[in-house]
Design a protein around this ligand. Structure first.
Ligand code: SF4
Length: 473
C-alpha cells in the first residue's frame, strides 16, 4: 500500500506531470526564472520570481541591452545553475517547501502556468547566455504615491519619503522605516521628477517585450500618478497586441483626484470597446471598513473610494475588481462590513449583463511585516472576531451548483480561514512582548506626526493599547 507521503504527492496529476518534466532537467529547474519578472524601476531592482530577494540591475548592461532589465548577468548565472541540475540558493523558499513537506513548491505551480508551460521546450533547449522575453511582467515605474499606509514605507511611497525626511525613522526597536537599510541595499528610490535610466531602458525594450506578453501588471507607488502608466495605456490603445491574449492588470488606491479617475475610466473603456486585451483587472486595496480603514491607510477617503469602485464597475462592464487586503491587527473589528459589502458588489454587478459572471473578488492576505501590526500582536481572545468572519464569508460562499458564482469562491473563503489559523498559531513569547512594545511606540508616534487619534478610532483596543504602554524592555 502506498504511504501517506506518496498519496499526497500524487494528488494532482497535472502538476505531477509538470514536476516530472522539470526534474528531467534538474531538481532545481523552474521556468519562472525566464518567464516572470518584477521590475522595481524606481530603484533599479528586479527579481524572478517574487520569492528571492531583489537584485540591482546594472546601468552599463542596460545601456548596451535594455532587456538586461530582466536578463541580468546575475540572473543568467542562476539559469545556468538550473539548466545544469543545481538549485540556486536564492530560491530557498521553494527548497524549504520541497525538503520539509510533501507539497509541490511554487517552482511547479509557476512552471505549470499558462504563461510558462507552453514555453518549456524552448527554455529547456536554450543556452543560459541567451536573452529571454518574459511573459508575465510586473512593473513599478516610480514610488510616487498620495498615500502613506501604516505598514508601507519609503520604497513604495513618496509621501513616506517626505515624512521620514522630516521626522526620521519611527522610535521602535527596529527603527521602523529608517532609510539606512535602503542605502545599504542600494534601493533608495529615484524621485519621479528626476531622469531614471531604468525607465528609459524599459521604453526602449517595450515594443519587443509587448509582442510576447501574456500578463502585464502595473504596480507602484500609485500607478495613476505616473506618466508612464498613461503611456502604457495609450500604447495599448494604439497597438493591438499581436497574440490577442494579453491580460492587463493595474493597481490603484482609487484615491487620486477625480479627474484622474475619470481619465482612467475613459482609457479603460477604449481598451474594452476596441478589444485590445483579453482581460482587465484593477487591483485596489482596503483592509477593513470606514474610519478604521482610513486610519490604516493615510490618504484614504473611504466613501470616495467606495464610490470610485462602483463607478468603475458601472462604466466598465468587462473589468474585474480585486480588493487586495493586507489584513492586520486594526482590520479585525470591521472586516465583517467589508465581507458583507463586497458580497453586495458581487451580487449587483453580476446581475447585469457582464462579460464575466463574477466581477469582484476579495483577496485577504495577512500582514507579516511590520511585526508590531500583525494580528499576532493582539491578545488571543480577539481571534474570536476572525472566527466570526470566517463564518460570515462561508455563509456568503457561492453554491457550487451556481454557474454565476455570485458568492465567495472557495479560495476567498480559505484565505480568511488562513488568517484565523495564523493568528492562533504558537508564538515566541519574548518576540511578542517586543512587538507589543513597538505597537504602542509606533501608534503613539503616528498620532503625533499625523494628527490622528488611535484610541478614539479603535476604542476596542484602548485597554490593550494602555497595557502596551506599560511594557519596559
Ligand atoms: S524556484 Fe521557486 S523561488 Fe525560484 S524562481 Fe522558481 S518559484 Fe521562484
Amino acid at each position: 500500500m502506498a504511504s501517506d507521503k506518496t498519496e499526497k504527492k500524487f494528488e494532482n496529476p497535472i502538476y505531477l506531470g509538470v514536476k516530472q518534466d522539470l526534474d528531467a532537467i534538474g531538481k532545481g529547474m523552474c521556468l519562472a526564472k525566464w518567464t516572470q519578472v518584477t521590475l522595481q524601476l524606481q530603484s533599479g531592482h528586479n527579481h524572478s520570481c517574487h520569492h528571492p530577494k531583489t537584485h540591482k540591475i546594472s546601468q552599463s548592461e542596460i545601456a548596451r541591452n535594455p532587456s538586461a532589465l530582466h536578463n541580468t548577468r546575475y540572473k543568467k548565472m542562476r539559469r545556468k545553475e538550473m539548466l545544469s541540475g543545481a538549485r540556486p540558493t536564492e530560491c530557498d523558499y521553494c527548497w524549504n517547501v520541497e525538503d520539509n513537506s510533501d507539497r509541490f513548491s511554487d517552482r511547479v505551480f509557476k512552471s505549470g502556468e499558462s504563461w510558462s508551460y507552453p514555453f518549456m521546450n524552448e527554455i529547456f533547449n536554450s543556452n543560459w547566455r541567451e536573452d529571454y522575453n518574459p511573459k508575465y511582467v510586473e512593473v513599478a515605474f516610480s514610488n510616487a504615491c498620495n498615500f502613506k499606509c501604516s505598514y508601507c514605507g519609503p520604497s513604495y511611497s513618496s509621501k513616506w519619503v517626505e515624512e521620514i525626511e522630516q521626522y526620521g525613522a519611527y522610535p521602535t526597536t527596529d527603527n521602523f522605516n529608517s532609510v539606512e537599510w535602503m542605502k545599504i541595499e542600494d534601493k533608495f528610490p529615484i524621485p519621479q521628477r528626476e531622469h531614471n535610466p531604468y525607465v528609459e531602458a524599459f521604453w526602449k525594450w517595450w515594443p519587443e517585450l509587448y509582442r510576447d506578453l501574456h500578463t502585464f501588471r502595473v504596480t507602484g507607488g500609485e500607478p495613476l500618478m505616473s506618466k508612464d502608466t498613461w503611456e502604457v495605456l495609450d500604447y495599448i490603445i494604439k497597438h493591438p497586441n499581436p497574440n490577442k491574449e494579453l491580460k492587463l492588470a493595474i493597481n490603484s488606491n482609487l484615491g487620486v483626484p477625480d479627474n484622474l479617475v475619470d481619465k482612467f475610466i475613459d482609457k479603460i473603456k477604449k481598451i474594452e470597446d476596441e478589444n485590445r486585451v483579453k482581460e482587465i483587472v484593477i487591483f485596489t486595496s482596503v483592509d477593513t471598513w470606514g474610519k478604521q480603514a482610513e486610519y490604516i491607510r493615510t490618504g484614504l477617503e473611504f466613501n470616495r473610494f467606495w464610490n470610485n469602485v462602483n463607478k468603475i464597475l458601472t462604466e466598465c462592464p468587462r473589468v474585474i475588481v480585486t480588493f487586495m487586503v493586507t489584513y492586520n491587527a486594526l482590520s479585525i473589528f470591521n472586516y465583517e462590513k467589508l465581507i458583507h459589502n463586497v458580497y453586495g458588489l458581487k451580487d449587483t454587478y453580476a446581475s447585469i449583463d457582464r462579460y464575466w459572471s463574477s466581477a469582484v473578488f476579495l483577496d485577504s492576505s495577512y500582514l507579516r511585516y511590520p511585526l508590531h501590526q500583525t494580528v499576532q500582536v493582539l491578545p488571543y481572545n480577539f481571534s474570536e472576531n476572525i472566527l466570526n468572519q470566517t463564518k460570515l464569508i462561508t455563509y456568503y460562499a457561492a453554491p457550487s451548483f451556481d454557474p454565476k458564482h455570485i458568492g465567495y469562491s472557495d479560495v476567498e473563503v480559505q484565505k480568511v480561514k488562513r488568517i484565523y489559523d495564523w493568528m492562533i498559531a504558537p508564538q515566541d513569547v519574548n518576540q511578542q512582548i517586543v512587538n507589543r512594545y513597538n505597537f504602542y511606540k509606533y501608534f503613539t508616534e503616528h498620532d503625533k506626526r499625523r494628527g490622528t487619534n488611535f484610541v478614539k478610532t479603535f476604542p476596542e483596543l484602548e485597554e490593550f493599547y494602555n497595557f502596551c504602554s506599560t511594557i519596559n524592555l
